[in-house]
Write a new protein. Structure first.
Length: 229
């Protein structure tokens, strides 16, 4: 049985990804930030042996290290890490810091902490980014902290790719489209083009399939199109 860790699994895209991987027979470690949301309960009832909830705040070093230690108690081989946790809180000073801690530094923390568990197996690192992070195609005039955090994430992924691809790791950089998710808090958006289930279905396929060439980092969207980043 293959194993995957998914951050931001409480709700939205991350929660829908958990369901996809469970349905396809994976052992899923789900990073749980807010147990009160309860969205993971349904899948825990359906897959009690294949879903493991792991307390996680990707913005905190100690929380990430503790999560890695808990997973190491369950398995010595993690096939895939999916960095899905993300927020978009506005452009105030406090919001800027929180956005970068989650969207940019969170995936870096996770990758560093979980690499020891990924030395064997599939060695696949997946990152949920956004068109908002594309410098070449930037078109927005607001959401500064969110856009900049995703641009920084893209650069971090490229640098990780340069270091880890020669060691056998493969990468997926994914733009999920405009999704009705929970980026801004407890209330889901209703203005998006896609539902979390739509983009999770595509992401499962893109994250698990082999590419003809793994030596070039690309960002693909929900429709399979490649984006400059």
């Amino acid at each position: 049985m293959k194993t995957v860790f998914i951050t931001g699994a409480d709700r939205g895209i991350g929660n829908a990804m958990c369901e996809q991987f469970l349905e396809h027979g994976w052992k899923v470690f789900a990073g749980q930030f807010m147990p009160r949301w309860g969205f993971l309960s349904k899948n825990l009832e359906r897959y009690p042996n294949d879903l493991k909830l792991i307390p996680l705040d990707v913005s905190k070093d100690e929380s990430v290290r503790a999560a890695a230690a808990l997973v190491a108690q369950e398995t010595d081989e993690l096939d895939m890490l999916i960095n899905c946790a993300g927020i978009g809180l506005g452009d105030g000073c406090a919001q800027n810091l929180a956005t970068f801690q989650v969207n940019t530094l969170g995936p870096i923390r996770m990758t560093e902490a979980f690499l020891p568990l990924m030395q064997k197996g599939m060695k696949r690192l997946c990152f949920v980014s956004s068109e908002a992070g594309s410098i070449a195609l930037a078109h927005r005039s607001d959401s500064f902290s969110y856009c900049m955090s995703k641009s920084s994430l893209n650069m971090a992924v490229k640098l990780m790719f340069n270091e880890l691809r020669p060691k056998g790791y493969t990468f997926r950089l994914y733009h999920p489209g405009w999704v009705n998710g929970y980026m801004e808090g407890d209330t889901p958006s209703t203005e998006g083009k896609y539902q979390p289930e739509d983009t999770a279905l595509v992401s499962y396929r893109q994250f698990t399939e082999a590419l003809p060439c793994e030596d070039v980092l690309v960002m693909r969207d929900i429709e399979g199109q490649c984006w400059s980043f």
